[in-house]
Structure formats: C-alpha cells, structure tokens
Design a protein around this ligand. Structure first.
Ligand code: NAP
Ligand code: G4F
Length: 380
C-alpha cells in the first residue's frame, strides 16, 4: 500500500517541492491549507487532480496551525505514516512586527500538532522544520552541537518548536526529528525574501518595469542552497532507523552584496558599488549590447540603493553550515552551487516576464538530474 504523508505548509516553497517529490515516490499526500478569499494554491496547482478521479493522490484539507481541534481531526482521520510540519510564519523581518502571532503559529503550532499525534494515539513519524536562524549570533560554522542564540521573534519561536519536538521524542517516544536547514531558495521562493527580491528586480529592471532595487543589510552572510535538494533531506531524515536532528546546508557562505552582483551580471548588467553605509549604491558599469537597445539603461544609472526600512532590530550576520553529520548518515551532499542557484533563479524570473533568459539555469537542472522537478521548476 502507498505510504501516506501529511504536510503543513503545503502551499509554501518547500511544501510544493516536497509534494512533488513524495508523489514521485508513490506517496498519497495530504496537505493542510488555510482558507483565503483568493486562491493561495498557485505553487501546487500543477500537481492537483480532482479527487473524484480514480488514482488521485493529492488531497487538501482546510485547517490552521492556531486551531488545535481541527489539527487533531485531520491527524486522527488521515492517520499519516509521516507528518512534515513545514507551516510557519516564516519571515524574520515580519516576526519583529508580529511577534505574538509568530509565536502562536510558529512555536505553539508545533505543540498543537504534536498534541494531535499524542492524543489521537496514531503511530507516525514527525518532521519539524527547524532553522539555522536558531544559531543567530553563534559564530560559524554551525552544526548540531552549536549553541542556539536566536536574534528574532521568529528564531525564538523556532527554538521553542525544536525543543518541544525533542521533548515529545524523549517523553512520549514519538519519532520526532528536527531538520535544521540553512537558507534554501528557488524560483518558487516567496517574493519578499532577499534572493527572490533580487532576481525579480534584475529581471524587471532589464524589462523596464522597475528602476531601482531597495535593500537593507548588504553585508549579511548566508549559506544559500537549492530548495528541491533540501526537501529530499526532509524525507531522508524520516527514513532513518532512529529519530534524530540534522543540520543541512552547503558549507559555503556569501554576502547579500555578492548575490546582487552575480544576479545582475548574469542578467547582463555589470555593477560597481559607490558610497558606503546607507549611502551605498549599485551603479551600472557596463551592459551587454542587447540590453542597451532594449530599454535605454545606461552606464552610470543607479539600480540598487539601501533603504534602512529593511534593516532588522537585531541581525544574524554570518551563517555557515557544517553538515558533516547529514553527509555521513544521510549520504547527502548538495549538487547545486551558489552561482548555479543564482542562474536558475534569474532564468526563471526572466521567463516569468517573457524575456528570453541566457538559459544556463535550465541546463544546470538537466545536467544535475534533479528530474522530478525539472519540468516545473517555477510556477506562474
Ligand atoms: P513559506 O514559503 O513561507 O511557506 C510557509 C507555509 O506555512 C505556507 O504554506 C503558509 O500558508 C503556511 N502557513 C503560515 N501560517 C499558517 C497557519 N497559521 N496555519 C497553517 N499554515 C500556515 O516557507 P518555506 O520557505 O517553504 O519554509 C518551510 C518551513 O521551513 C517553514 O517552517 C520555515 O520557517 C522553515 N525554514 C525555511 C528555510 C528556508 O530557507 N526556506 C530554512 C529553514 C527553515 P499560506 O500559503 O496560506 O501563507
Ligand atoms: O531572505 P531573508 O529574508 O532570509 P532570512 O532572514 O535569512 O530567513 C530565511 O532563512 C531562514 C534560514 O536561515 C529561515 F528559517 C527563514 O524562514 C527564512 O526562510 O534575509 C536574508 C538576509 C538577512 O540578513 C537580511 O537582513 O538578507 C538581508 N536583507 C538585506 N536586504 C534583506 C533585504 N532581506 C529581505 N528579506 N529583504 C531585503 O530587502
């Protein structure tokens, strides 16, 4: 019989790739979705089949991480073999503006789900989407033994969720695991996270739809990987004989400034930086010929500026993973490099606005044989 998985956060970046991955492995997949006045399922529409049709293997259920009763109903009725808990208020900057809500959804939501498992008495495996943000100001490289020092309400909520998962493992013998994932990105990344904001802006500036990209801290360093590879790890973690906690990342770290430079250069705009602090600007040094004729961009034009409104009250300066445990025990290592990730994302954002991309990104996906998602790497 097919294994059954329940995914919270199925409409998010990871949820959509994980659904695709589990369907490709023969799973029956159930997803928790929030009621909204508009459709919020664009990342999974291409996977959805009318449940009346025989053979349908993806089923969606209304619920919310703040509603314990409905979580218990869903868990009890579906009796999934595996639960992937990806749902969260996942934006760090927003968590400073909505700390209480973030704690309710991101921290207590995990307790509600674990309680649903415990009370319904079902036998299941549980994956908690923990985050490298939990390490906060602890110096790099960070691994499973590094001390948590969270620097945002989001990260504090994730530390709570991490420990409640460990507590239910130790106290109730539930197969609960933490994947401590470093930043992972893709063409399906939410538009207000920095990588996607940059690749969309590079595409829109080239198309003449946007003049300037406004950013916050250009010096922050992140260990950025490719999201489809990370959802495979989420699955691998639950396939182990014993429950455990794993750091997942590339072992490479780059600044936001480097991401901007590479994304713009790949799209055809060479930048140079002028000024410093909040007066730093990204100025066009040179363009490829096609672009000059497309929309009147010129060397000397300012296309990147700093806007302090994107600074955070407390910042995580430097994340760099030491994923040696995952490499050894899960036999996993990332295939997509930093520059390849940038190319994949810029290609996809150019395609989305009907501008011919350079095309190296799509070729990388084919060459790296991440086949289960190659045809639908992005969604409109
Ligand atoms: P995402 O794109 O922001 O998706 C978040 C998901 O959670 C969406 O499906 C969202 O539903 C759902 N959600 C939010 N509030 C909810 C609520 N009250 N009830 C039910 N569902 C709710 O996040 P992601 O990038 O896929 O990340 C997946 C998980 O991994 C998150 O827990 C995140 O914190 C964690 N994580 C992410 C990264 C990363 O770099 N991406 C790294 C480490 C950990 P709507 O679509 O309705 O908003
Ligand atoms: O893309 P970000 O918003 O991601 P952040 O804060 O690292 O969080 C993401 O990764 C975590 C894993 O470590 C996840 F747990 C979390 O759910 C989320 O997926 O910001 C990355 C860096 C930060 O240092 C930020 O200050 O980029 C800097 N940044 C500079 N300008 C900006 C901007 N971030 C955003 N979102 N927007 C800007 O304009």
């Amino acid at each position: 019989m097919n294994k059954k998985a329940l995914i919270t956060g199925i409409t998010g970046q990871d949820g959509s790739y994980l659904t695709e991955f589990l369907l490709s492995k023969g799973y029956e997949v159930h997803g928790l979705i929030r009621r909204a006045s508009t459709f919020n399922t664009k990342r999974i529409n291409h996977l959805y089949v009318d449940p009346h049709i025989s053979g349908a293997r993806l089923f969606l259920h209304y619920g919310d991480l703040t509603d314990a009763g409905q979580l218990t109903n869903i868990v009890y009725n579906i009796k999934p073999d595996e639960i992937y808990h990806l749902g969260a208020q996942s934006h760090v900057k927003v968590s400073f503006e909505m700390p209480e809500y973030t704690g309710d959804v991101t921290a207590l939501g995990t307790t509600r789900l674990l309680e649903a498992i415990r009370r319904s008495g079902i036998h299941t495996k549980f994956y908690q989407a923990s985050s490298s943000e939990m390490f906060g100001s602890s110096p790099p490289p960070q691994n499973e033994k590094t001390q948590f020092h969270p620097c945002s309400p989001y990260a504090v909520a994730k530390v709570y969720a991490y420990w409640i998962a460990v507590n239910y493992r130790e106290g109730y013998n539930i197969f609960a695991c933490n994947g401590i994932l470093f930043n992972h990105e893709s063409p399906r990344r939410g538009e207000t996270f920095v990588t996607r904001k940059i690749t969309r802006a590079a595409a829109n500036i080239i198309a003449g739809n946007q003049k300037i990209l406004y950013l916050g801290n250009l010096d922050a360093r992140r260990d950025w990987g490719f999201a489809p590879e990370y959802v495979e790890c989420q699955w691998l973690i639950l396939q182990q004989d014993e429950p455990g906690d794993y750091v997942i990342g590339t072992g490479e770290s780059h600044t936001v400034r480097e991401f901007v430079e590479l994304a713009f250069a790949y799209a055809g705009i060479e930048l140079e930086w002028q000024g410093s602090g909040i007066n730093e600007k990204g100025v066009i040094r040179s363009l490829n010929n096609t672009l000059t004729s497309v929309n009147g961009l010129q060397p000397g034009d300012v296309v990147v500026e700093v806007d302090p409104k994107y600074f955070r009250p407390a910042e995580v300066d430097f994340l760099l993973s030491d994923a040696s445990k995952a490499m050894e025990k899960l036999n996993w290592s990332p295939k997509v490099t930093f520059i390849e990730l940038v190319k994949i994302m810029v290609d996809a954002d150019l395609e989305l606005i009907d501008v011919q991309p350079p095309g190296e990104g799509r070729q990388i996906l084919i060459d790296k044989e991440i086949q289960w998602t190659t045809s639908r790497i992005t969604v409109k």
